[in-house]
Design a protein around this ligand. Structure first.
Ligand code: SAH
Ligand code: DHB
Ligand code: MG
Length: 221
């Protein structure tokens, strides 16, 4: 028996086979996104499962997602909600939102998921103004230069003890002290935030290593 090369992608195949197998709805969602010309930048199945497990762990009934794409991560998250749970996902591109709605419908999650089309910053501003009920979990995965602003708006929208998750927080930029990226600035802002207790969890994808920054909102400690 020949051993596989010790690449992140090969370790990921092992994790996927054991813990993150896609059903027909998730497979079709990926095929659909490809056919519709969406960029292939959704979370990997194993990171999707991590989002699902974190949702269960938090007992989240209300989730806010920033960056819907074709509804792939949305599906992993929404499937961990209780029967009366709700997920609101923010997306700037109407075509992406259409593809996502179709995929959410196919996964039987339409009653739990609402997609709001527009710049996330505006949608978040409206939520703050209009007194949107707090979220148990926020997943930030849209334009990287917007992350720091999304963080500032997400913290007051998150309940005490809730989670704020930032995707794509391990990149080449973090290995270069002079390197700059939107997610590196996000991680620095999270690290300096007095009300967040945080760690980056490395995640594996076919393309290699990335990170999910997990923050628990914990005020006054
Ligand atoms: N969470 C998805 C991937 C999201 S990709 C998944 O893992 O399946 C990032 C998405 O953010 C894209 O669909 C892009 O159109 C959207 N986006 C980019 N800029 C945005 C903005 N300013 N407001 C809202 N969405 C934005
Ligand atoms: C990109 C964006 C993502 O959210 C991701 O998970 C991977 C890649 C990108 O813009 O290249
Ligand atoms: Mg991402």
């Amino acid at each position: 028996m020949s051993e596989l090369e010790k690449t992140p992608g090969n370790y990921d195949l092992y994790i996927r086979a054991l813990f993150a197998q896609e059903d027909a709805a998730l497979q079709t969602a990926r095929e659909d996104m490809k056919r519709e010309g969406l960029p292939k930048i959704h979370v990997s199945p194993s990171e999707g499962k991590l989002l699902h497990v974190l949702t269960l762990l938090t007992g989240a009934a209300r989730i806010l997602e920033i960056g819907t794409l074709g509804g792939y991560s949305t599906t992993w998250l929404a499937r961990a909600l209780p029967p009366d749970g709700k997920l609101i996902s923010l997306e700037i591109d109407p075509h992406h939102a259409d593809v996502a709605r179709h995929n959410i419908e196919r996964a039987g999650l339409t009653h739990k998921v609402e997609i709001r089309v527009g710049p996330a910053n505006e949608s978040l501003g409206r939520m703050l103004e209009e007194g949107e009920p707090l979220f148990d979990l926020v997943f930030i995965d849209a334009d990287k230069d917007g992350y720091v602003e999304y963080l500032h708006k997400a913290v007051p929208l998150t309940r005490e003890g809730g989670l704020i998750l930032g995707d794509n927080t391990l990149s080449d930029a973090v290995l270069d002290p002079a390197g700059d990226s939107g997610t590196k600035r996000y991680s620095a802002a999270v690290a300096a935030h007095p009300d967040l207790v945080s760690i980056i969890i490395p995640v594996l994808r076919d393309q290699g290593l990335d990170g999910l920054l997990v923050s628990v909102k914990r005020t006054g400690h």
